[in-house]
Write a protein that binds this ligand. Structure first.
Ligand code: PMP
Length: 354
């Protein structure tokens, strides 16, 4: 720390992103990216947009915003496009959390929530998930705080039904409830249809997973137009040109090619089911995944050791050195071939231990 660093960030522990090795040698199953390339149309549009990078992008992101609104069947002023969904989550902490609106989220969830809370000097509470890693919604009924729920949750992969979320929304009318749907496209059900019923609901989604655009950084929020207006106030006070031209164009191309996304999601779900069955056969215990990853532990091998052995064999998965989940690894679902390699590698590691 330099002697110039503001005291207000003295204790800030930044988010640790998953490893992004430069060498191509790994089968990369550690950061929940899509194994499939972006759609051809996304690439064509981005290429075209590169020709006018001398100009600023449209700060209102009108064309993409309109296409997104049409895709989700909501109004244009009910959407805000952002630089990854991390950005809209940070905006939500900035806009809707303070001493009177403390933040609350599960103890096991997306690690960035507590970082955003600390960054924005927001008091926060973490409510333990049940032993089976599901949420007890009674913990959130009338809690009177700004609620952040990743649904499906990460890294547990478990999905909470929108009917249950409705009970949380209805019992906290004076607070915003943020439902982070980064993984919703892999078999879960979205809360977007609820935005006209609950004016305290903000749903966030991303192009990083199902839409194969993690490297372009594109996410968005869907909510009542008043909430979107508040978020825009924050956006225009931080970075009006938050989405670069190439990303904006690629996002549009992706949305014009929804079939490609839908097919990829189907393939990932098939590969997930294959992986689940094979891992169960090898003696792994798994949570019920509605995402593009599985959360797995094995009674006979320490999870950190397994992570290191897989890494040695050029397969990267994610291990969290965190109490309650240190016996698990989070494994992203890749192509069928990649998952076969993973299964065979796990088999040989387990045989060596037998
Ligand atoms: N929410 C959850 C639950 C995530 O796992 C991630 C990905 N790390 C994000 C949000 C942010 O994704 P992005 O910023 O790439 O949209």
């Amino acid at each position: 720390m330099s002697r110039y660093f503001s005291r207000k960030y003295e204790k800030l522990i930044p988010y640790t992103p998953g490893e992004q090795p430069e060498e191509k040698k790994y089968i990369k199953l550690n950061t929940n990216e899509s194994p499939f390339p972006p759609s051809d149309r996304a690439r064509e549009y981005a290429n075209e947009a590169a020709k006018s990078l001398n100009l600023y992008p449209d700060p209102e992101c009108r064309e993409l915003n309109k296409k997104m609104a049409d895709t989700l069947k909501v109004d244009e002023d009910q959407i805000l496009m952002t630089n990854g969904s991390d950005e809209i989550l940070n905006f939500a902490f900035m806009a809707f959390c303070d001493n009177d609106h403390k933040a609350v989220f599960p103890d096991i969830t997306y690690g960035f929530y507590s970082v955003f809370a600390q960054l924005n000097n927001v008091p926060y509470e973490q409510i333990p998930l049940k032993d089976d890693f599901t949420i007890d919604i009674n913990d959130y009924i009338g809690i009177n705080k700004t609620i952040f729920i990743a649904n499906p949750n990460a890294p547990t992969a478990i999905f909470l039904k929108p009917e249950e979320i409705e009970k949380i929304l209805a019992s906290n009318p004076d607070n915003v409830v943020v439902i982070d749907e980064a993984y919703v496209d892999f078999g879960a059900k979205s809360c977007v249809p609820l935005i006209n019923k609950y004016d305290n609901l903000l749903v966030t989604q991303t192009f990083s997973k199902s839409r194969s655009m993690a490297g372009a950084r594109l996410g968005f929020g869907v909510a009542s137009k008043e909430i979107i207006k508040d978020l825009n106030t924050v956006k225009y006070s931080t970075n009006p040109y938050n989405i670069n031209k190439m990303t904006m164009a690629a996002g549009l191309g992706t949305l014009e090619d929804e079939e490609y996304t839908i097919n990829n999601c189907k393939r990932i779900i098939e590969n997930r089911e294959y992986t689940k069955n094979e891992l169960l056969r090898l003696g792994f215990e798994l949570t019920d995944s509605s995402t593009n990853f599985v959360f797995a532990k094995h009674p006979k091998i320490d999870a950190k050791r397994l992570y290191l052995e897989l890494k040695e064999k050029e397969i990267l998965v994610r291990h969290f050195d965190k109490e309650r989940i240190s016996s698990y690894n989070r494994i992203t679902i890749g192509t069928h071939e990649e998952m076969e390699t993973l299964v065979n590698t796990l088999k040989s590691i387990l045989e060596e231990k037998a």
